[in-house]
Every structure is written in structure tokens, then in C-alpha cells.
Design a protein around this ligand. Structure first.
Ligand SMILES: Cc1ncc(COP(=O)(O)O)c(C=O)c1O
Length: 424
């Protein structure tokens, strides 16, 4: 990389932007500058191409620079972005979302899921008059003080310097897929708990599926105790199927948060729920934002809902992703590597660990993260764009050609990572 265009850009960037990145999640790739993306590939400013399984941390579910999304956004923003009043495309986006989701009656459209999670908490506290929420270890709900935890510790601890530790007293954290712990915690603290918040499938850590009956048990316990169920569908929404995890797992929440795939790669986040609950925002419960439901976000949502309407997109992702998972498994077992490929075709996870089942975050910690880190590092030098934490996102633009390229590049990256061989 030394002497490359991106190396000199990284040097300049580090002088004007702390760490050379505008989101701490990107510190591990501070040396890379992307010039463009198209479909399932991105190109860096030095002209290297990568098959992309990061997809901007999930949003580019339809592929980069999808022509229908771009055309709609370009047409709408030509007339302005924010007006301090409503726009027609905002109305169309809300109607399209409700139509697509099937279970929700009202939505609020914002910019990031970090904010939308907080709006959901505020609504849950309004409704129940209770202060606490229950959450699960290893799940991520944004970077604010009351939700950012260091999952390496069994007891929640701040994950950042400067974080107010007391803010974590608003929540109780337990391991996922543990019904006994769930019931015990609810027995002890249920009358002070406003909401249980969960990713319906653990996609920030390990692509861990809910065990049979787990989500249903959360749902039933919440209903019985007057606690709200908040599904954080920021990643799962519109990715695991046209109706997200609600459609896939059949559990209907009181509130759900959508982000990433909801707007075809553009910035938007959505809170959805019943009219009765969501109407609290019109009677004393505040949710605000200068850029909420701006024209760009809403045009992208409308276009994304149209592109995903006929089920083709999800069928393609399922077929491509499941073939890719199979082929990666074969490649790894040919090389006798102890890697588990776990999850669903639209989002799966690789980790160097034993064959024991991974049910929760504690199980995931058995894996050799450093060994996987070496693979990711080598993969980036061989044209594969992967997340450091193990998740692989598949888009509707991935196909047989990207799978073939991926296998060939992965084989070379493994050779380097496992033997310390020099760059091919
Ligand atoms: C499940 C979940 N919730 C909330 C967030 C926060 O979303 P944002 O980065 O849009 O603030 C994320 C981000 O990755 C997430 O995965």
C-alpha cells in the first residue's frame, strides 16, 4: 500500500479527521478509500476491485448504485431536500412501508437506528410508566450512553471512554436463547421493565438464530406482564425476507426498528408500530429531527419498496447466498480448517471455532477471533471486502460470477493467512 494513492489520502485524512475515519467502526480500514461501487463490487482509488460482503455494513442490499433507486432519488432531490413541512414522497414512503410490513399501522421515518432505538424506548416508557429495558449480550443498539456496552464482560460495562456509566443502569443484560434466565429476570424485575429489546437474529455477533420457541416465549412473557416487545430489525428488516424477521419467524412485536436495507443504500431508519401506540408521538411524547423523512431518504425508501415488491430480490439472495455458503464450507473442509459457516443465506458468519453449537455470545467467545482477523486482512489484499467481525452480507447483485471470484480469492487469502506466505 505504501506509495499508493490511498496511502497518501489516508495520511491527509488522518490530519483532518480523527483516526482518519468518520465512524469508529471503520478504524480497521482507515487505509482504504473507495472510488466507486457497482452491484456487488467496489473499487478503491488505486483501481483494485473487491467483491463486497460488507455492503456499507448492510445497507447496499440491492447492490451499489442500483439504477432504479438512483433515478428516483435524483428525480426527487432536484426539487429540494428539506422544507420544514411534509412532502408527497414522505407520504408515499410511509404508505409503502406499512403496505410492505403488513403488521404495522404507523411509522416514523428518521435518519439512523441509533436515534430510532431511543424513540422506541421513549414510547415504551410513555406507555408503561416503567424505567428499564431488558436486552441481550452481544447485541448492538447504537452508540449512545444507555446502550453501548462492552460485550466481552458478562456484566455490562461502558465500551467507550467518556461514557456515563450510570446510563447503563437503565438496562438489564442477559444471554440470548436462555429461557430460564429470561423468566427469572422478568420475575425479579418485570414490574420495572418497560420493554424487552432484541435483534430477532443475532447479526451483530455470530449470525445466531433464535432457538425454536425463544422469540415466541419473549412475546408471550411480554404480553403477560404488560411489557413491550421491541424488535431491532435494523439488519434483519427487508433482508431476511420482504417482511423481515417478523415474516421469517412469525413473531409480531409492539414496535420495530428498520434501517440499512430499508432505503436501498441511502440513510434512513424507521420506527413501526400500532396506531394506538405510535399516536403517543402526537400527544406529548417527543420525537424530532431536522432531517427526519427528508426527500432523499423517502425517495430511496419508495424506490426500494418497489424494487423488493415482487419477491424476486429475496429469492435471488436466498439462492446465491445458500450456494455461496455451501461452496465456502467445501473449500474450508478441503483445507481442514475448523471454521463454522453459520446463519442464513442473506447474512451469515464465519468463525474459527470448534463444532459445538453457538447459542449466544458466551459461546461465540470460544472462537479464535485473531485467526479470523488474519484471514480478513489477507482477503482485503486479494479482492474480498469483508467485515472484521465475521458477518458476510449478500446482496441481490451477487451472482455466480461473484461467487466464483470469491472462492478463488478466498483460497489465495487462506494460503497467505494460514502460512504467512507473501502477497500473491
Ligand atoms: C441492530 C442494530 N441496531 C441499531 C444500530 C444503529 O444503527 P445506526 O448505525 O444507523 O445508528 C445498528 C447498526 O449497525 C444495528 O445493527
Amino acid at each position: 500500500m505504501a506509495g499508493s494513492v490511498q496511502a497518501s489520502m489516508a495520511e491527509r485524512m488522518a490530519r483532518v479527521v480523527p483516526g482518519g475515519v468518520n465512524s469508529n467502526v471503520r478504524l480497521e480500514v482507515a487505509d482504504r478509500f473507495v472510488a466507486r461501487g457497482l452491484g456487488a463490487r467496489i473499487w478503491d482509488v488505486d483501481g483494485n476491485d473487491y467483491v463486497d460482503y460488507v455492503l456499507g455494513q448492510g445497507p447496499a442490499f440491492l447492490g451499489h448504485a442500483h439504477p432504479r433507486i438512483l433515478a428516483r432519488v435524483q428525480a426527487e432531490i432536484a426539487h429540494g431536500m428539506t422544507f420544514g413541512a411534509q412532502s408527497e414522497v414522505e407520504l408515499l414512503a410511509a404508505e409503502a412501508l406499512i403496505d410492505a410490513l403488513g403488521w404495522a399501522e404507523m411509522v416514523r421515518i428518521g435518519m439512523t437506528s441509533t436515534e430510532t432505538v431511543q424513540a422506541a424506548f421513549r414510547l415504551a416508557r410513555t406507555r408503561t410508566g416503567r424505567p428499564l429495558f431488558l436486552r441481550f449480550r452481544g447485541q448492538y443498539h447504537g452508540w449512545l450512553d444507555n446502550v453501548l456496552i462492552s460485550p466481552a464482560e458478562p456484566t455490562p460495562a461502558p465500551a467507550s471512554r467518556g461514557q456515563l456509566p450510570e446510563a447503563l443502569d437503565q438496562s438489564i443484560t442477559i444471554e440470548w436463547n436462555d429461557v430460564a434466565s429470561l423468566r427469572g429476570t422478568l420475575d425479579r424485575h418485570g414490574d420495572r421493565i418497560a420493554a424487552v429489546i432484541t435483534e430477532p437474529m443475532m447479526l451483530n455477533a455470530g449470525a445466531i438464530l433464535p432457538e425454536a420457541g425463544f422469540l415466541e416465549t419473549i412475546r408471550a412473557e411480554c404480553s403477560a406482564r404488560g411489557i413491550l416487545l421491541i424488535l431491532d430489525e435494523t439488519i434483519t428488516g427487508f433482508r431476511l425476507g420482504p417482511r423481515g424477521a417478523v415474516g421469517r419467524f412469525g413473531v409480531v412485536p409492539d414496535l420495530a426498528i428498520y434501517g440499512k436495507a430499508v432505503a436501498g443504500g441511502f440513510p434512513a431508519s424507521v420506527l413501526a408500530g400500532s396506531a394506538e401506540l405510535m399516536s403517543e408521538f402526537a400527544s406529548g411524547t417527543n420525537h424530532s429531527g431536522t432531517f427526519n423523512a427528508n426527500v432523499l431518504a423517502c425517495a430511496a425508501i419508495v424506490a426500494a419498496m418497489e424494487v423488493m415488491a415482487d419477491g424476486e430480490v429475496h429469492a435471488t439472495v436466498e439462492a446465491t447466498g445458500s450456494d455461496l455458503m455451501d461452496q465456502i464450507r467445501s473449500l474450508l473442509s478441503e483445507r481442514d480448517l475448523p471454521v463454522q459457516v453459520r446463519g442464513l443465506p442473506a447474512a451469515f458468519h464465519l468463525s474459527y471455532d470448534d463444532d459445538l453449537p453457538v447459542r449466544n455470545y458466551a459461546d461465540l467467545l470460544r472462537g479464535d477471533a485473531a485467526r479470523y482477523g488474519r484471514l480478513v486482512h489477507a482477503a482485503r489484499d486479494h479482492g474480498l471486502w469483508l467485515t472484521g467481525r465475521g458477518i458476510w452480507y449478500v446482496s441481490a447483485a451477487h451472482d455466480r460470477t461473484t461467487t466464483a471470484d470469491t472462492l478463488e480469492r478466498l483460497a489465495r487469502a487462506i494460503a497467505v493467512a494460514e502460512t504467512g506466505a507473501v502477497r500473491a
